[in-house]
Design a protein around this ligand. Sequence first.
Ligand SMILES: Nc1nc2c(ncn2[C@@H]2O[C@H](COP(=O)(O)OP(=O)(O)O)[C@@H](O)[C@H]2O)c(=O)[nH]1
Ligand SMILES: [Mg+2]
Ligand SMILES: [Zn+2]
Length: 292
Amino acid sequence: MEGTIIRGVGGFYYVHDGISSIYACKARGIFRNRQEKPLVGDRVFFEVTDPVDREGNVTEILPRHSELVRPAVANVDQVILLFALRRPAPNMNLLDRFLLMMRRQNIPVILVWNKADLVMEEDWEAVEKVYRDAGCQLLRISVAEDSGIEELRSVLRGKTTVLAGPSGVGKSSLTNLLHPQAAMETGALSRKIQRGKQTTRHSELFFLEENTFLMDTPGFTSLDVFAGEPEEVRDGTPEFDLYRNECRFLDCMHIGETDCAVKRAVTGGLISPVRYENYCQMVEEVRRRKKY
Ligand SMILES: Nc1nc2c(ncn2[C@@H]2O[C@H](COP(=O)(O)OP(=O)(O)O)[C@@H](O)[C@H]2O)c(=O)[nH]1
Ligand SMILES: [Mg+2]
Ligand SMILES: [Zn+2]
């Protein structure tokens, strides 16, 4: 049979068949010899050894199309970056850093704004404009009022998605809304293995519907920029594209250069000054990191 590893605890891998059943599987020695370690998110072949208690053996790991380190998860198709429009007020610096990181790893991001119930239409439109210009796919939801959720479901359908964002924005509330049967599924698992569960902090994929999985991650509060080239920060900022051909210098970083069309666009209100400020800061950090 074929399935997806949704959790790994104490040497067991929980494999979801993509429809409705979860099997507690052991990884056979064959992997250990090959130094392969199954990851949450892995697509696997498995054989059922006990159909009543739903136990089995993972027999083969299928090739991964992606692998994230933190959280450790394979085959992620996209990231939902959840921010609240208010309470907590969005930290745009953190947001811009995260967008850049994901762009650099080629992981599609959908920027989802929660707590729509707490802000006026104008406040939303301002945020929407800035991040549309930044090339983001955006969605506005309210978990409290159950609005925008169907649209979000269609974005998730058929994919494995990691849900990320700072704490307090509603990640757990959203997961519970999308996956109300979480407790039931856990209760259905084999008693023998259940015991390990309370003591282990683990990443876990939630099954939402056919071939659709979601992983809630702990909130992050800060994010260091990568070790790389300052040009990567620049090239990961799509709103410069409209203007950069008019800069005097071909390799303009749009910071200290004279006759810079990007800086003119910032001054003229065509590029968000907050995004630009965050950009300058990230370039500075990458440069500093390069020196050491
Ligand atoms: N007003 C409002 N509050 C929300 C909404 N979604 C979640 N909350 C509240 O925000 C707080 C933090 O939610 P939680 O899911 O724990 O956030 P997490 O830290 O990202 O997992 C809780 O008190 C939720 O009830 C929403 O759409 N509107
Ligand atoms: Mg939470
Ligand atoms: Zn320039």
